[in-house]
Every structure is written in structure tokens, then in C-alpha cells.
Design a protein around this ligand. Structure first.
Ligand code: 5CA
Ligand code: ZN
Length: 407
């Protein structure tokens, strides 16, 4: 389906090194080593409610990576899905008496508008699952041919015993896995399964639910396999980064990695698994199911979208944090200060600031420090150091290209 429109990214003088990132699977910081084209898959929204600050925080993290890779001279092939058929979407449509396809289309459109306002670079392929059900079914067929699946009352399951790398992404104990699987859309207690952690690949048609024809009868794809199929079709296996929020470490990315491995025989499915922290409100993770949300669409009507971006950038992408109104005031004040400083006829050394921001961003996307460096530059400029007449333009370009903030 249609992606969204791309903001212009200024080219900066010189070249950065490719960033190093915390890889959840390796459990340490690792240098990314993309080829001339870096390949990235980021899990997209389940479109049943508007984009909240938690989503924005996650997509912003991978936007920073996208920008850092480009600054290091790489092209970036970025793919994202939208889970436009799944239980929570169908449930919400049913509760509110609206058509599920209409609800998904409307929320995806709102998401695009939010992403554009936040100047998030668009994916090359933005793929709704309903567009590629045939590809997903073909992948399940491959898994079946490898002997990794079984049927239970018409549903098709992945047999965890067929996945030699199971556990490699999260490193969680079986006890932790069982608890999280139950909380995050899994069915550890369903009778008849061969193992409680076996996961659904294909759900047979239930009355009133959307369904597609397949070699396993009419039904719809399970969650994890959609992302595996979309990533494989567009990026191939061994792509550079699979990303999402930390709530996707298990089961989603664990199970997806195993599907990719078993289907292709190649490991790793993604070279690095990278996860953004969770944004909370009133002490709990922001989530559509709990309803404790700050919507991007609402916030950006109240404050400049660049202040929304700055509020998010003030946190390290891997940290869990809680939204408070004070952060919005601080971000607005920072934006105003930066705009004021870059409107001056000169400032302190702009080349030095570019080097600092590049250095911080390429070190696991350390935006709090990058922001502090720009703050110090702006303060010095406002205090009267206007020695470098080229600095304001270069600082604007730096902040735009690397942090996505248009001053
Ligand atoms: N459609 C699936 C991924 S295939 C999904 O998780 N959709 S979602 O709408 O629930 O979340 C979209 C993205 O936002 C995911 O990467 C998720 O990890 C992230 N996310 C969800 N809630 C938060 C939160 N409170 N803070 C940070 N990121 C979040
Ligand atoms: Zn996903």
C-alpha cells in the first residue's frame, strides 16, 4: 500500500561511521556492518487506534538509525508492515460496530499523517498483511514441507521442537517465555498442543471472521509469520536490523526468527534485533488495550510537531520512561532556544558540533547527549560567540539530517 511522503534530508559535509547498536540477540553493543544498502524491517502498527507516543518513540528510534546509515554513505532499504487483520482489530471493530477494513484504513491513514508530521522517513515498502496473505500462506507451506508444523482442529501450529535456535533472540527462561506468551497474544494453555509454546501460523475460518483460501483451508495468518513473510519477500534473510519496541522481543521476534531460520535454512534471519523502550503514562505502559494514551495527532495540534520530536529525543531510545507534561514544556523551550540561536549571524564552530552530534548518534543513537551538545552550542551562540558565520546553517543542517528536527 501507499507509504508516506519523505522529508528532505540535507547532505552533510564529510561522512560518519556506521552506527553501533545494542543487539538484543547478542546482548551487547555491536557495530552494524551493512553493505552499500542497509536493510531494515520494523514492525508496524496494528491499526485499531491512533498513533500514541509509544509508537512514535519506536518509529523515531529507527528513523534515527535510518538517518545515521545514510549519513555514513549507505542506501537504506526499509520495510514495514501493518497488521491490518488480527484479533484486537477485529474485536475493536465488533465492539464499536464499524467495518474492520474501514477501521484499519482510517487508522493507517492517520498514522501516515502522524509520521509525516514527525518527519519520519517512510519505508520503501509499507505492506498491509491483507495484501500478501498468499505470500504468508506460501511461507507456512514451506514450513510444513520442512516438517515444522502440525494441525489442531483445522488451525496450523509451528512446532517449537523444530526450531533449534529458539531462545536465541530473547535469552529468556522457559518460565518467562510462558508468562509473556500468555500476555502477548499466545495460547500456552490451549489443549491438544504438542508444546505450550507452539505458536499459531494459520487460524481456520471462524464464523463472522475474514478468511482467505489456502492449502490449509480457509482462514487467516497468525501474527508472527506475517512479519517473517513480509521481511523475506522484500529484504531476504540476513538483513541488517529487525526492530520494534521491547514488547516484541518475545514472543514476536523470537518466533519470527525461528520461522525465517527453518524456512530458509539460513541463520541469522536478521543480523541484529534492536528494541526501543516502553513509554508509560500514569505508571503503566501506554497501550491501546489499557487506553492510557497520549495521541500524536492530538499533541501535534497543541505543540509544534518538532517539539514532540524533541521531547522523545530527550530520552535514550532503549530507556523505559513515563510521559509528563513537564517534558512537553521543556521540549518547546529547547526548540525555541535552538531556533533563536540558529537565527543569529554566527555561532561557535559548526564543524565541531557536527562531529560531536555524529559521534553521539552513531554510538547506539545517544540522543540525550547529542541534544546536550546542541544546547551547549546554542547557549554559547546566544551568549555572544558568533565567531563562525557558517555555523548557524551547518547546525540547522546537522539537526535536520541527523535528528530530523527542522528549525
Ligand atoms: N503490529 C504489531 C507488530 S507486527 C504491533 O506490535 N503493533 S502495535 O500497534 O501494538 O505496536 C506498534 C509498535 O509500537 C511496535 O513496535 C511496538 O513494540 C511499539 N509500541 C507499542 N506500545 C509502545 C509503548 N508504550 N512504548 C513504546 N513502543 C510501543
Ligand atoms: Zn511484526
Amino acid at each position: 500500500m501507499r507509504s508516506w511522503s519523505a522529508p528532505k534530508v540535507p547532505r552533510l559535509p564529510g561522512k560518519a561511521r556506521a552506527p553501533r547498536l545494542y543487539d538484543t540477540g547478542a546482548r551487547e553493543l555491536r557495530q552494524t556492518e551493512p553493505g552499500s544498502t542497509a536493510r531494515m524491517y520494523v514492525c508496524g502498527i496494528t491499526p485499531y487506534d491512533a498513533t500514541h507516543l509509544g509508537h512514535a518513540n519506536t518509529y523515531l528510534a529507527f528513523d534515527l538509525l535510518n538517518r545515521a546509515w545514510r549519513d555514513a554513505g549507505h542506501d537504506v532499504h526499509y520495510t514495514q508492515n501493518a497488521t491490518d487483520v488480527d484479533d484486537p482489530l477485529l474485536e475493536r471493530a465488533e465492539q464499536t460496530g464499524v467495518d474492520w477494513q474501514g477501521l484499519a484504513a482510517e487508522q493507517i491513514e492517520l498514522f501516515r499523517t502522524d509520521m509525516e508530521a514527525l518527519r519520519i522517513l517512510p519505508p520503501r515498502e509499507y505492506v498491509g498483511v491483507t495484501e500478501v496473505v498468499g505470500d504468508v500462506a506460501a511461507l507456512i507451506e514451506r514450513l510444513r514441507e520442512k516438517g515444522a508444523t502440525y494441525e489442531l482442529d483445522g488451525d496450523v501450529y509451528f512446532n517449537v521442537a523444530a526450531a533449534p535456535k529458539f531462545g536465541a533472540v530473547s535469552g529468556y527462561s522457559e518460565e518467562e517465555m510462558l508468562a509473556l506468551f500468555g500476555e502477548r497474544g499466545g495460547d500456552p494453555e490451549r489443549p491438544g498442543k504438542q508444546h505450550p509454546l507452539d505458536w499459531l501460523l494459520w487460524r481456520a475460518e471462524r464464523p463472522g471472521e475474514p478468511a482467505w483460501d489456502s492449502a490449509f483451508g480457509r482462514g487467516r495468518p497468525g501474527w508472527h509469520v506475517e512479519c517473517t513473510a513480509i521481511a523475506l519477500a522484500n529484504l531476504g534473510s540476513g538483513f541488517d536490523v529487525a526492530g520494534g519496541g521491547s514488547d516484541l522481543i518475545f514472543p514476536h521476534h523470537e518466533m519470527g526468527a525461528c520461522e525465517g531460520h527453518v524456512a530458509t535454512g539460513e541463520w541469522p534471519f536478521a543480523k541484529a534485533y534492536v528494541h526501543a523502550g516502553m513509554v508509560a503514562l500514569d505508571g503503566e505502559k501506554m497501550s491501546k488495550s489499557k487506553g492510557n494514551l497520549i495521541f500524536v495527532s492530538k499533541l501535534r495540534q497543541e505543540i509544534d510537531p518538532m517539539a514532540v520530536r524533541l521531547a522523545l529525543l530527550a530520552h535514550h531510545y532503549r530507556d523505559d520512561w513515563e510521559w509528563t507534561p513537564g517534558q512537553r514544556d521543556a521540549a518547546e523551550a529547547r526548540l525555541a532556544r535552538w531556533r533563536q540561536a540558529t537565527a543569529l549571524p554566527g555561532g561557535p564552530d559548526g564543524v565541531a558540533l557536527l562531529a560531536l552530534v555524529r559521534d553521539r548518534v552513531s554510538d547506539d543513537l545517544d540522543t540525550p547527549w547529542a541534544l546536550a551538545a546542541v544546547d551547549a552550542w546554542a547557549e554559547a551562540a546566544l551568549a555572544g560567540d558568533t565567531s563562525d558565520p557558517d555555523a548557524p546553517a551547518l547546525v540547522r543542517a546537522t539537526v535536520d539530517a541527523l535528528l530530523g528536527v527542522e528549525l
